[in-house]
Structures are given as C-alpha cells and as structure tokens.
Design a protein around this ligand. Structure first.
Ligand SMILES: [Zn+2]
Length: 605
C-alpha cells in the first residue's frame, strides 16, 4: 500500500501548500522544494504598471510580510475595490495614488494577510457568550457561585444552560458532581457543557426530566458517569450521552443563532480573522449564515463542515448534496463534511491503539466503525466533498488516514484536501502518511503546552514513550505535511496571536509555563504564520484569492501594532490587531491607526 501511495503522490495537486511551506527558515532535512506557487495575475511587486488606474486605498510605509511563495517583504499596498493591485516597495506606489486615493501611512507597522481559522464554532460560541459562561472561572467553587448568580439573575429561564467549565477543575477524574449544582439550583434543570464541548455537567433535576438513572444504558459513542457502587449517575455525561439530557432542553431559536453569529463575526474580525472553516454545521446554522450574509453582515469567508450523524449511514449524503447546492453562495461554501471519530484524552474517550496507562482494557471510543468509515469517506470523496475529521487518539488518527487511503485507492488521486483536526497523540509511523496521502494536519496549537489538561489529565495516563508524541507539530512539518491552524473556539481562545506564540514557544501564552513542552516540536514564526494564513486558505480552497498579499488577490489583510519578527516570541500574544480589512473594507479598527494628530501617521484624500 505504501508503494501505491508513493505512485499516487506523483500526480497529486500539491503545489500550493508546499510552496507555502517554503521559507528561508525551513529546517534542514525538510522535504525537497516543490514547484513554486503560480504567481497571481497583476503587476509584479516593484514594477507598478505605468498609467495604472488610481487605487481607492493605499497603505504605505509598512513592514508588509506578504506570505507569498518567496516570503518576500513589501512596504506599500494599493487596493482597488476589493482587490490588491500592488504590493511592493514604496518607490513603486506613486502611479496608484490619484486625487481620490486615500493614503494611509503605516508608520512602519507590520501588515499580514488576514488570519484564517481552519477549525472554529462561531455560532455555538457566540450563543454561549450570552448564556451562563464559565470560561473566566477556574475552580468548582467559582463555577457553582457563577451558576447560582446566573440563576438568580434569570428567574425566567426554564433551563440554566451554559458552558466553559474545565475538566481540570475535577481532576484527576475530570468528572463533575451533580450535587454541587443541586446545592444552588434544585428546582430547575441545569445543563453545562465543558469548554471542549465533549462533556456535560448536569444537576439531579435535569437527570430526572431526562429519565436518566442507574438502569439507563450508555448510548453508543457516549458514557454516563456513574457511582461505581450504586451505578447511579453522578452528574457527568460524555459525548453522545450529553444528548440524553440536552434533547429535553428547548431548542435555540433562529434569532438566538443569528445573534450568536453576529457576536462571533464582530469578535473574529477584531482579532484579524476574515476566513474560517466552521467545524460543524447543521441546517439551522446554514440558515443563520445565509440570513446574515443577505443582510450584509457576514464579513467572513466561510466554509461550512456539514455534520455527519454517527447513528446514521450513507443515506444522509443526499441531504448533504442538497445543502451544498442550496447554501453555497455569497460568502458561504457548504462543501465539507465533518466526521467525529473519537472523544477526548482527558476522560479517556479518545480512541487509542493501546490501553490507557493504569486502565486495563480501556482504549477509548471509536465513533464510526473503521470499515464503515472507509466506505463513507470513499462515497463522500467521490461526490467531491472535502472531509474534515475530529481525531485525537492515535487509533482515531490512523482510522481517518486509512479511510482517506481507501478513498484514494477507489477514486484515484483527487484535489480533495481532506484534513484531520486536533491530532493530540500520534503513533509515529503515521506521521509520514499525511504528506503521502495529501491530508492536511489541522492543529490547535494553543493546546500544545503543559497546561492542567496535559499535566493532570493526560500525562498520568500515558507512558513517557507515548507522551513524546503529543501534538508533534514540528515532526509533521519536517515530514512535509501541510500544517494548518485553527482555534476550536469556544473551546479555546480565538486569538491567533496567542496560538502563534504557543506554536513557536510550546509555553502558555499568558506566561503560565516557563519551560517548552517537548521543545523539538516547536516550529518557527514563518511556519506558524503560514499555518494561519496561506495554508488555512489552502484548506478552504481559496489560496488563489486569499492567504497572501499579492496583486490580484482579495484585500483581506491586517495591521499589527508590533512587528512579530522584531519582538521576543513571548511577546507575540501581547500584540494587537489595529486594523482589519475584508475585501478592502474596514471591518475592525481604524484607518487612522490610532495615530490621528501624530506626525507621519496622517492620511490624505
Ligand atoms: Zn471543534
């Protein structure tokens, strides 16, 4: 099979990401240089066409890291309508400045292509911010106090719903206790999702409404946490067991989803993000995207991953085809299918090749039976869908790769750009398969440091030789795989600058840890920036239009208050996005760059 992959590689459409990976800082021993990315149409940097029509907006005097294939720097950018018409030295900008051109002096500030988040949940994240949000609390006691306060402030709420609690607060088991909630709310159901969205913490009232008791069997792909002596539910529900209770709560309304999305778009634009891949959508989310886009409020380019229901089979593919037809328009493309293949490490639901340390017989949960997965992925691949997998354990990662391999064998090599998200723990023999199969490694780099999740809930259950392969971003990079980054917000912060810092340092972006976690898996800044720009654009099939600052591309770009290349890596996350342009339009920040009245930062019309 390996030989077959090598043969297939020759005809793969691979140029963009490999070009994207090229950088002066590429480590020795990295894979041979691939063909360069074709240049965009339009005047090449530094050779402004004589007689060019004036631009609408000119940014000049900046440190523009273009993320083009050569990783070149520029000083000036000219934008006409939604498109970049020039990126090059200041010396070449004059032909683009006409009497009506707005000229902004960047004062040496850094400009980057706008960030692209390859795995995020904007709608649920936005809704969550408007419920009982527990992201800012850290301990059980703080959670309980926040729930009590929320319940008091919302006497009208039939259900107390919220999210954001950390499994680490309940270490070492990660399992929460219903009695803590009963003590503050006993007359109404309480349903609180963990920050990673894989666990729920419920009170006794919620369990009784849902009729979940000691005789309720665990559903497929889920677990009801129980008292080992009595078998009674203790208040924790894992993965599909969450639905036993959540299905009894009133569904969110269209208005709530739209408001949640509106919140997320504004927040993401403010963080410099203008493109995303929504990691799980169903029909109601697609409607929210459509509605906001029709109102002109969707200042994001969105690829929507259609949610694969794991208790159904390929009969759901017809519905995906309808949704792709109906919702691929405007700024939205419903061209991807998301399959969740396992759970999470912290509660031992991630699917592992070997038993968790100290837990004989426990290997986690495989969500889709591997042979069925091959069949479904082959079908979806044939229909032209991109696959977006959730895989955390080494067994789940292998099963997803096997499915991609089966699809390739059946359908032939295709420009499919399937990608696997999360990628927490690898068997090292699977690392080279990403490049061989053209599968993109979609990491959430903010997780790759020794936080409580790793130290208290993961390392105790892995032998050291297995733990060496936690989030091996550097190894994947050196193998020649395409690396893309996403936040998984609202699981984690959506701020790409925090994620970039952790990718480079393998330490907490807030200074939580002082030692890099598996330091050989760090990557350098150009590689990390590529993962959040041109490579994420590649995952979204839009690297021809976005992801770098080149003439002919859309003017999706950001201005930062510091040059990331001239500050210490530990300061990357302190950097602020001061301006975000989406198709040439300002969607966050201020074109005066906060410099009104200051010499050298003025603008003219
Ligand atoms: Zn996710």
């Amino acid at each position: 099979m390996r030989r077959l992959c090598a043969v297939a590689l020759g005809s793969m459409v691979l140029f963009a990401p490999f070009a994207a990976r090229l950088s002066s800082a590429a480590p020795p021993g990295s894979t041979p240089a691939p063909p360069a990315m074709p240049r965009s149409a339009g005047p090449s940097p530094g050779s402004a066409a004589r007689g060019a029509r004036a631009a609408d907006l000119v940014l000049r005097g900046g440190a523009v890291y273009t993320m083009d294939a050569a990783r070149s720097w520029a000083e000036s950018i000219a934008i006409r309508k939604d498109t970049i018409v020039y990126a090059g030295p200041d010396a070449g900008i004059a032909p683009y400045v006409g009497p009506r051109t707005r000229v902004v002096n960047l004062g040496g500030r850094m400009v980057l292509p706008a960030f692209q988040d390859a795995h995020i949940h904007p709608i649920s994240g936005g809704i969550g911010q408007r419920q009982c949000a527990l992201y800012d609390q850290k301990t059980k006691e703080e959670y309980v106090a926040a729930v009590a306060a929320y319940a008091k402030q919302h006497p009208e709420a039939a259900w107390i719903r919220g999210d954001g609690w950390s499994l680490a607060a309940f270490s070492p088991s990660g399992v929460p206790d219903r009695r803590l909630l009963d003590a503050v709310v006993s007359d109404r159901p309480v349903y609180l999702e963990s920050s990673d969205g894989h666990s729920a913490w419920v009170n006794s009232k919620a369990l009784s409404i849902a009729k979940v008791g000691k005789d309720t069997p665990d559903p497929a792909g889920g677990r009801i946490d129980r008292d080992p002596k009595t078998g009674e539910p203790v208040g924790g529900l894992q993965d599909s067991a969450m639905g036993l209770v959540s299905s009894h709560a009133p569904p969110y309304t269209d208005a709530e989803r739209l408001e949640g999305l509106r919140y997320a778009v504004k927040m993401l634009n403010g963080l410099g993000i203008t493109s995303i891949q929504d990691a799980s959508v169903q029909a109601d989310s697609l409607e929210a995207y459509r509605a906001l886009d029709e109102q002109g409020g969707l200042t994001l380019r969105v690829v929507a991953s259609l949610w694969w229901e794991r208790d159904k089979g390929d009969e759901q593919i017809a519905g995906f085809l309808d949704q792709r037809r109906k919702y691929t328009r405007g700024h939205v493309r419903a061209t991807t299918v998301k399959i969740m293949q396992d759970g999470v490490m912290e509660v031992q639901t991630a699917a592992m090749l070997q038993d968790y340390k100290g837990k004989p017989g426990v290997k986690g949960l495989t969500m889709v039976e591997p042979e069925a997965l091959k069949k479904y992925v082959t079908r979806l691949d044939k229909e032209g869908f991109q696959l977006h997998f959730h895989a955390i354990g080494d067994a789940a990662i292998r099963e997803c790769l096997d499915a991609c391999e089966a699809a390739r064998r059946a359908n032939g090599p295709r420009d499919s750009r399937h990608h696997i998200s999360h990628l927490e723990i690898f068997h090292p023999s699977d690392i080279p398969r990403f490049r061989a199969l053209g599968v993109v490694a979609n990491f959430q780099p903010l997780w790759a440091y020794a936080d409580d999740y790793i130290v208290k809930l993961t390392l105790p259950f892995l032998e050291p030789e297995r733990a060496r392969w936690l989030y091996p971003i550097g190894s994947l990079y050196r193998s020649g795989a395409v690396i893309a980054f996403g936040s998984d917000w609202s699981v984690s912060s959506a701020n790409p600058l925090e994620e970039l810092e952790t990718a480079v340092t393998r330490m907490g972006a807030g200074g939580e840890t002082k030692e890099p976690f598996i330091p050989e898996e760090r990557i350098n800044l150009p590689e990390a920036l590529a993962a959040f720009t041109i490579n994420a654009a590649y995952v979204n099939f839009q690297e021809g239009r976005t992801g770098s600052i080149e003439a002919g591309k859309l003017a999706d770009l950001i201005v930062l208050d510091h040059n990331l290349f001239t500050i210490k890596p530990e300061a990357i996350s302190d950097t602020k996005v001061v301006l975000t342009l989406f198709g040439g339009q300002k969607v966050a920040g201020d074109l005066s760059l906060g410099g009104e009245g200051r010499a050298g930062l003025g603008m003219s019309r």
